[in-house]
Design a protein around this ligand. Structure first.
Ligand code: SF4
Ligand code: SF4
Length: 687
């Protein structure tokens, strides 16, 4: 479609949830696929960009949700939990196939997020990859650092199994610098080495008392509990730090049954560098949080910790927004503790490079790599992930693995392959204040969790995951930002029909302009698409075809033409997943009826109903939603208008009115629909 760029007409805007993701995961599109009940396609879409969906859906810090435009109206879409739903319930292998196999062998050091992602993408590009991992299992810091109550190991294993099916070999218990070196790998025929190791150490504090007995390092503590199921702690545990690792340490310590667990951090509650959900869960489980206090010294007696002397924080970030904490003089106080866990950040351990000549590192202990080519200072060696960033979230490390895979391929093939997903695009702006009241508020689905009395006696997963119906309902809250309706300037005649029909007051014709413009506040109800007399409006996304593809697909099914009578049921998907029981539409498939689901029947054109007859249907049954329950506004009114017009056309053609029926129902599933459908089958039999 040739939509011209007029002043004020912003083109190519992308959904902010997609732009916020370090991986540029297609959040909107997989959410929209879930909303339509197209789960396998949704999983495939996730998996094409993200080789660790089950793990990522659990522990990603989800910047996509922070930027979700639904924040303006009620609450963000639970994008990460929806990804987890897919990762837990689907396991199709990637649909991208390897076009060409290349002779080069690639060695990847570390089976953490960066290494696994690089291996996955290089395997899909056609390279033979071997990961060398010092541990006996995959996951790197996911396995060492993340507690099992947040990330069951089977979720990592399931994700890694799909990567292995691409031909990626993982050699466990193989430490780089000890069992293999740059030289030995070269002799074994590896052309490229990618260093993707994590930050394996905890940062320490430069204060009096850190050497006392009872001071533990966060990462070592978590690793010990994660691998052995236990660690030695006292009765009164204090964690220093306010991030995700600090919350993990506190919640892990609680499961070892001390009398008290507390957290002390520099940041105020609002500034704490982790998700609200993690903080709330830690508090819910019994953690006491001391905000805005800084560690002055660790106090002790007879070589053992007895507490932490703290100072009140004036500010954490200075005027230039740099981390530069300042404290109130004379505000000392003591928090008693017999165990102190340092969880103030992670650091590298570069001992694996000992004896390996030429790799340049920073004073901060990170490997120096070119940010575009990912090449380190030794020919044929590349590096990415936490060991280069010096910090990192899971998705940032994975993004490095993805970018490095393309960079390695470009270097080996002397080519310029580009991943267009990383192209710069403007984000769809926040929902205009004037529209907020017009958009229906829909409650965010909550994650079901294990009850408190069952949690603290084990390390079983606390978050229990969305059921199918809950996942669909949550996905159906998504506003499809950046993929709504668009006007073709070459066809628009400026008749103002779209301006009149839009319940959300979105289309406009700017002063001095002759064609309409639809901005990012479009809710994808489709009313203007159907009503536009010039047929100048369409949806930007091929996902929204108003049921046309699904209708055609029905008649590609074998045997359909032999079924008599054969009925097409157009139904609204918004109320097909209302009940909590797993009553998805599949349960309603029966011999004489095939269902065509659409998100809002207001977007079904009369021509689609007629097309069903043209393709061979004996009857068309429209089941629309009753009352004012529609996700969009006044959908019932528009459905009535379109079915009445269709019925009139069919009458004109001499068709019996029993062959085109519309019923307004309270649910799109269950007995009510079955009764209507069976009744219609009987009526058509008797025609
Ligand atoms: S409403 Fe949907 S498309 Fe819009 S930002 Fe949120 S998840 Fe993305
Ligand atoms: S699709 Fe619906 S919400 Fe979007 S501009 Fe058209 S009428 Fe308005």
């Amino acid at each position: 479609m040739n939509t011209c760029a007029m002043p004020g007409k912003k083109m190519n805007e992308e959904a902010p949830c997609i732009l916020a993701c370090p991986l540029r995961q297609d959040a909107r599109d997989y959410v929209q696929l879930i909303a339509r009940g197209r789960f396998s396609e949704a999983f495939q879409l996730v998996r094409e960009r993200n080789p660790l969906p089950a793990a990522c859906g659990r522990i990603c810090t989800h910047p996509c949700e922070t930027k979700c435009r639904r924040n303006s109206t009620d609450a963000p879409i639970a994008i990460a939990w929806l990804k987890r739903f897919l990762g837990d319930n689907f396991s199709e292998e990637p649909r991208r196939t390897v076009a060409e196999r290349y002779p080069e062998k690639i060695a990847i050091i570390g089976a953490g997020p960066a290494g696994l992602t690089a291996a996955n993408d290089l395997a899909l590009l056609g390279y033979s990859c071997t990961i060398f991992e010092s541990n006996s299992t995959p996951g790197g810091m996911l396995r060492m650092g993340v507690p099992t109550y947040r990330l069951p190991r089977v979720s990592i294993d399931n994700d890694v199994d799909i990567i292995k099916k691409l031909g990626v070999d993982i050699q466990y218990n193989t430490t780089f610098g000890v069992d293999v070196t740059f030289d030995s790998l070269k002799k074994e025929g590896f052309s490229v080495v990618f260093l993707g190791v994590g930050l394996l150490e905890s940062r320490t504090l430069n204060i009096e008392g850190v050497e006392l007995n009872g001071v533990l390092k966060g990462v070592s503590f978590l690793n010990e509990v994660n691998t052995k199921g236990n660690a030695r702690i006292g009765k009164n545990v204090l964690v220093i730090g306010g991030g995700a690792v600090a919350m993990d340490c506190a919640r892990t310590a609680l499961r070892l049954k001390p009398d008290r667990v507390s957290v002390a951090c520099l940041e105020s509650r609002k500034e704490m560098p982790t998700t609200d959900f993690e903080i709330e869960e830690a508090i819910h489980e019994g953690t006491v949080v001391y905000n805005s206090v800084g560690p002055k010294r660790i106090v002790g007696k007879d070589g053992k910790v007895t507490g932490l002397e703290t100072l009140k924080v004036k500010y954490v970030f200075d005027e230039q927004k740099r981390f530069n904490p300042a404290f109130h003089e004379g505000s000392e106080s003591i928090i008693e503790a017999d165990t102190i866990i340092l969880a103030i950040g992670q650091a590298s351990n570069l001992s694996f490079l000992r004896g390996q000549e030429g790799i340049q590192v920073t004073r901060g202990g990170t490997i120096i790599a070119n940010p575009t080519t990912f090449s380190a200072s030794v020919h044929g060696v590349y590096a990415g992930g936490d060991i280069v960033l010096g910090r990192g979230t899971m998705t940032e490390s994975m993004a490095q693995g993805k970018k490095a895979a393309i960079a390695i391929h470009n270097a080996l093939r002397n080519t310029f392959l580009k991943d267009e997903k990383w192209a710069d695009k403007p984000a769809v702006s926040d929902v205009a204040a004037s529209k907020i009241g017009l958009i229906k508020k829909e409650q965010k689905q909550e994650m079901p969790t294990m009850s408190l009395d069952k949690r603290l006696s084990n390390f079983n997963e606390v978050e229990l995951g969305f059921s199918l119906n809950v996942a669909v309902r949550e996905a159906q809250r998504c506003m499809n930002c950046g993929a709504g309706a668009q006007v073709d300037d070459n066809l628009c005649v400026g008749c103002l029909t779209c301006v009149r029909v839009c319940p959300f007051e979105v289309p406009k014709i700017a002063k001095g302009d002759t064609t309409a413009y639809i901005d990012g506040d479009c809710q994808s109800c489709g009313l203007c698409v159907v009503e536009c007399p010039a047929k100048a409006i369409s949806f930007k996304t091929p996902l929204e075809d108003c049921g046309k593809d699904a209708l055609e697909a029905v008649f590609e099914e074998k045997f359909v033409q032999g079924i008599k009578p054969f009925i097409i049921n157009f139904y609204c998907q918004y109320s097909a997943y209302k009940e909590d029981k797993e009553s998805a539409t599949d349960n309603l498939l029966f011999f004489h009826v095939r269902r065509v689901g659409v998100l809002g029947l207001g977007k079904v054109e009369p021509s689609s109903y007629l097309r069903a007859f043209e393709l061979g249907a004996h009857g068309v049954l429209v089941t629309a939603c009753k009352d004012d329950t529609c996700h969009f506004c006044k959908d019932q009114e528009w459905v009535e208008k379109r079915v009445n017009y269709t019925a009139q056309l069919l009458r004109g053609l001499g068709m019996d009115s029993r062959r085109f029926q519309t019923h307004f129902v309270s649910s799109q599933n269950g007995k009510e629909i079955l009764d209507i459908a069976f009744r219609m089958v009987d009526e058509l039999r008797n025609l």
